[in-house]
Design a protein around this ligand. Structure first.
Ligand SMILES: *Cc1c(COP(=O)(O)O)cnc(C)c1O
Length: 431
């Protein structure tokens, strides 16, 4: 694989950006080597600055559910851009996207568009605090919610702990307003809620997909709903990844659970910067200018981004779109799982909808952050390098999930599965 051009661009970028990147995981620190620089994408394929071609399973970390450069999105963007790129006034495009979503998503009554997933989560937390008059937030170890100050916290050692900030620059008071509980443990949640009556909200990725894929049992999620109702805390589903991914109604629809607030990002913008949060009419009435919770954005509801989101979601809403994607993903993961079982490798691919995660572990269930052995990441590092050399691109960290898009053909998936199996076979110490 040629790397000269990417290496040169990275060397230049180191002069411009901290670590040479505008978002840390892109720097390839977890897998070693230097990042590849993307030049263009088409369907399931990504082409880098050196002209190498990859079947892409990162898909821009989730937004590209239709694959790269999907024609309907590209055309919608071009049409919108010809009318102007930003007005700072309401546009019909916002109504159009909101109407499309709200008429098809039975867990949402009202929505507010923002520009990123982080902004959506930050705003939803403020709303939860404003609406309940309470201040603390309960989050789960192993869930990521963007770089919101009070959520960049790790669990301390113990059952339910006050957060310990995982980034410099976060005042201890912010971290202390966040409690952290283990996933898949209702007793921990109940302990926290009963000991801290000032918890405004419990926030969870209902399909935790930022620290491996930590699938939760429906009973745990239903239990959370009951506990939140009983203790007067709002339940926030952070659906920035799962929204419009595991079905049009995301995880709420998949599990049939009504959260109080939902947050979105990634797919909702069709590859443009869009985030959103929403909930009932009553809760959303707390947002300015209707209510007292302030939240605003110069580029919120940007017409070009709205057009891209609408074009993407229109494809997602086609009959059998999600069924087909899930079937392809199941077949793809099945090919790998059958191989590793035959070879008795301590490896398993977990999946839901079109999200998958390759775990170097022999556990048949991984449902909490503590179930992942950090030592196992060295295997991912080897596999990542092998796959790059063979034209397959995975996000550069073993904690990241992969995504199958509608552009991945049966042939793409069969070839990729075969290469992944070959990569595993090459590992000398994988027994
Ligand atoms: C990606 C992500 C975010 C942050 O979204 P950005 O657009 O990167 O700010 C928040 N929550 C979850 C669950 C995510 O996957």
């Amino acid at each position: 694989m040629k790397k000269e051009k990417s290496q040169q661009l990275y060397a230049d970028a180191l002069h411009y950006f901290p670590g040479g990147v505008n978002s840390p995981v892109r720097a390839f620190r977890a897998v070693g080597g230097t990042p590849i620089f993307a030049a263009r994408g088409k369907g399931s394929r990504l082409f880098d600055a050196d002209g190498n071609e990859f079947i892409d399973f990162c898909c821009s970390w989730g937004p590209l559910i239709l694959g790269h450069n999907a024609a309907p999105i590209r055309e919608a963007i071009i049409e919108a851009v010809q009318l102007g790129t930003s007005f700072g006034m309401p546009t019909e495009a916002e109504n159009h996207l909101a109407q499309f979503i709200l008429s098809r998503h039975s867990y949402l009554e009202k929505i507010r568009f923002v520009s990123s997933g982080t902004e959506a989560v930050m705003s939803a937390l403020r709303l939860a605090r404003g609406a309940t008059g309470k201040s603390k937030i309960l989050k789960f170890d192993g869930c990521y919610h963007g770089h919101v100050d009070s959520l960049l916290v790790n669990a301390g050692s113990g059952f339910v702990t006050f957060g310990v900030s995982s980034s410099a620059g976060i005042p201890p008071e912010f971290a202390a307003a966040t409690l952290v509980a283990p996933l898949d443990n209702l007793e921990a949640v109940e302990t926290a809620l009963s000991q801290h009556p000032d918890i405004a909200a419990v926030i969870i990725e209902p399909i935790p997909a930022n620290n491996g894929l930590l699938l939760q049992s429906p009973d745990f999620l239903r239990g959370l709903r009951e506990l939140c109702t009983r203790y007067g805390a709002l339940l926030i589903f952070d659906e920035v990844i799962s929204g419009f991914r595991v079905g049009f109604e995301g995880a709420a629809g998949h599990y049939g659970i009504q959260p109080d607030l939902l947050t979105f990002g990634k797919i909702i913008g069709g590859g443009m910067p869009v985030g959103a949060y929403g909930g009932s009419h009553t809760l959303m009435a707390h947002i300015a200018p209707e209510g007292a919770v302030y939240q605003a954005g110069t580029l919120s509801g940007n017409p070009v981004a709205m057009a891209a989101g609408w074009a993407a979601l229109q494809q997602c809403a086609q009959p059998l779109f999600y069924e087909q994607l899930a079937r392809n993903t199941t077949n793809f993961c099945g090919m790998i799982n059958r191989h590793v079982q035959r070879k008795e490798y301590p490896v398993q691919v977990f999946h839901i909808g079109s999200i998958f995660w390759l775990a170097f572990s022999s556990r048949n269930r991984i449902s909490a952050a503590a179930d992942i052995d950090p030592q196992s990441m060295r295997y991912f590092k080897q596999l990542h390098a092998f796959l790059l050399d063979h034209g397959i691109y995975f996000g550069p960290s073993g904690y990241e999930v992969g995504f199958v898009s509608a552009a991945h053909t049966t042939a793409d998936l069969a070839l990729s599965a075969a290469l992944i199996c070959a990569g595993l076979d090459e590992m000398e110490d994988l027994y």
